[in-house]
Design a protein around this ligand. Sequence first.
Ligand code: COI
Length: 377
Amino acid sequence: MHQIPAFGDDPLQRFTLHEGLGPAVAAFSLPDRLGFGSVFAPVMFRADYRDGSWQPGQFQPYGPISIDPGAKVLHYAQEVFEGQKAYRVGDQPTALFRPAMNWRRLNASAARLCLPPLPETLFLDGVFGVTALNEAFIPGASGQSLYLRPFLFGTESNLGMAASREVSFMVIASPSQAYHAGSMSLLIERAESRVAGGGIGAAKVGGNYACALQSAARCAELGYDLTLWLDPVHRRNIEELSGMNFFAVVDGRLLTPVLTDSILAGITRDSLIQLARAQGLVVEETSIAIDELLGWIETGRCSECFACGTAAIVTPIRELGEAHGTRHDLLQAEGEITALLREELLDIQEGRAADPFGWMVPLPADYQELTDGDLCA
Ligand code: COI
């Protein structure tokens, strides 16, 4: 194992590079077809928390990890994660989109699940370092990126119902294209709830995605792509799509569900609201009753709907339907406002347009130097 000094004047040895990195990188090549989240880049990061503090992390070859069968995460689902992207389209320098937002949201999710907070430096070491060491494998076509998946989980081997005193933070990366190609058809989920009020719906925790799987299976049986979740109390107002936020254009205004304690605050959602307002569009964060929206679709007042998320970017919705069969087609399968916002966002992320909000953070030179010399030899 190579011990390398940390950057700047930080006296701590913040991380090491595993000696197997060079061969792992040399053995990897990008496949012709990427998909989303199915190809894993050869370098990952891991740092452990024990005895009340975070230990120095390590960049390691991507591969299986060993975990004690009694680990809390396997029994009580003490796990939170993030999704974020590094871009290198054309000859643009590699850059990450709003990484500090992911760090803040990861810590908000961690607090909800009694996981210890992650120092910003450790989070950035993980995401910037994994990006730098996998930089050669960032796919370069528009819509593609290096999808980064930071995650935090309880590893203490103990079946007692108490917060894990041992935790791991890892970052893996997947060269990917957008999560969904084309437009989507959504099942209005009137039978099940994704989360409970006062529960963990606003946190990015694995359990929220696991409990969406049954509805996802019903979607597939009924010929829909994804679930549209309603509020857990009255099943009246639109919430989100398990992994994406929802927008509708009604009478020329852009509507999106106002955040509640059962909706995840999407970073793409926040960015699109800012972009739309900068375009002069009226944006309303408000309660959207599903039956009212269906009426607006029938009368043509609602002309377009779309979903957004880090993985999904901006994905048009072509229809909303019921489990019993009634389907409501949108007038525009991909509307003008949907297309405009998608293009504006991608132009900033992929470096074709100015970045008036300062969202893009270029990969710092210190991390790029990780690949220099014989560190990975
Ligand atoms: C993301 O958009 O990053 C997510 O975590 C959603 C997931 C369903 C891919």
